[in-house]
Design a protein around this ligand. Sequence first.
Ligand SMILES: NC(=O)c1ccc[n+]([C@@H]2O[C@H](COP(=O)([O-])OP(=O)(O)OC[C@H]3O[C@@H](n4cnc5c(N)ncnc54)[C@H](O)[C@@H]3O)[C@@H](O)[C@H]2O)c1
Ligand SMILES: [Fe+2]
Length: 378
Amino acid sequence: MSSIWNYPTRVVFGDGASKSVGEEAKSLGAARVLVVTDPGVEKAGLHERVLDSLESAGIKTAVYTGVDGNPVESNVTGGAEAFAEHRGDLVVAIGGGSPMDVGKLVAVRARTDRAWEELDDAAGGSIHVPADLPPVITIPTTAGTGSEVGRAAVVMVESTGRKTVIFSPAMMPKAAILDPELTVSMPPKTTAATGFDALTHCAEAYLAVGQHPMADAIALAGIDLVNKHLVTAVEAGDDLEARGAMMQAAMMGAVAFQKGLGACHSLAHPLSSECGLHHGLANALCLPAVLDFNEAAVVERVVHIGLLLDGQPDLGECSKAVRELRAALLLPNGLGEAGVKAAQLPALADLAFEDACHRENPRKCTRDDLLALYEASM
Ligand SMILES: NC(=O)c1ccc[n+]([C@@H]2O[C@H](COP(=O)([O-])OP(=O)(O)OC[C@H]3O[C@@H](n4cnc5c(N)ncnc54)[C@H](O)[C@@H]3O)[C@@H](O)[C@H]2O)c1
Ligand SMILES: [Fe+2]
């Protein structure tokens, strides 16, 4: 069986890099851009330099801010209407994973009215995503999801109440602009939680089933960056070196997880849709138990991650190092502390089992395994 390895995204990186968005958009032939963002990013004024740059390049802009954390269908519908009304020809999505995902889905909606249930990647919906989407430029203001370079977007589908992944190579942004200055205003808690999303992407990609030596190497380099820089980014938010390193780690996580993710993301998705937990925090709370569970199947790889995190090449060290990092970042130390009740776990396990990510986990998971992982994460 052959494998497919793709690394084509154009990435512009550097302090102040977001001022180049006008030129990037112009080089893609844009004349009318919809800027998709959310109220938090707007309040921080981060979209202003983007608007200035686009307008200096002679591009007509409109702004759409109707994006929730854990975006829902109506966020995309509103964005698609704004895009049509503006007669947009390119989307610039600036913000964390939520506005970037909505921006990518606005581009999908501009070309198809198909129901999200039919576009659902887990149901083979990728073939229904048209190839000729309007171009998207992503500008992350968090360092975690890696959505800026990814070909997927997550939306909560109304009929099922489930976080649903829409995926297509056509959804790959034409350029990602990584400007560490835009992440300086990110509060410590969001920095910690999104940083854990990046770490989880790298760890799950490295452990995922499948043969992908390039993804493996990138995942390990991403883990090393998180280990060296996340605590500084949380404690000294204006340290641009740490902020830049975390942006790179986040991007690398998403480049690596085209190999696959794993059980931790299946556990995390219902924790967001049912309990409202931030996606990165949900990963932070479940990752240690998943690492312990996976150690039996891929011992050398789990030990390798532990070695990178705390220099100890021993069994059980990896999850211990992750728990210590979580504590150092002052994140809750279990699902209970984050407000999840034991009585909720069986229903969460049913949803986690329906989620597709665990199919790539290196150790096969039953629904009862996922329940046991939730219990071990309490
Ligand atoms: N497409 C993918 O491959 C992928 C991967 C992982 C996660 N996701 C999705 O991404 C979403 C989570 O994204 P996220 O973790 O980046 O959080 P987010 O986009 O929901 O942002 C969290 C909060 O931080 C604020 N914020 C963002 N940047 C800021 C800044 N620089 N200064 C001040 N405030 C700022 C936002 O306004 C928001 O209130 C989830 O919906 C998740 O499902 C997508
Ligand atoms: Fe994630």
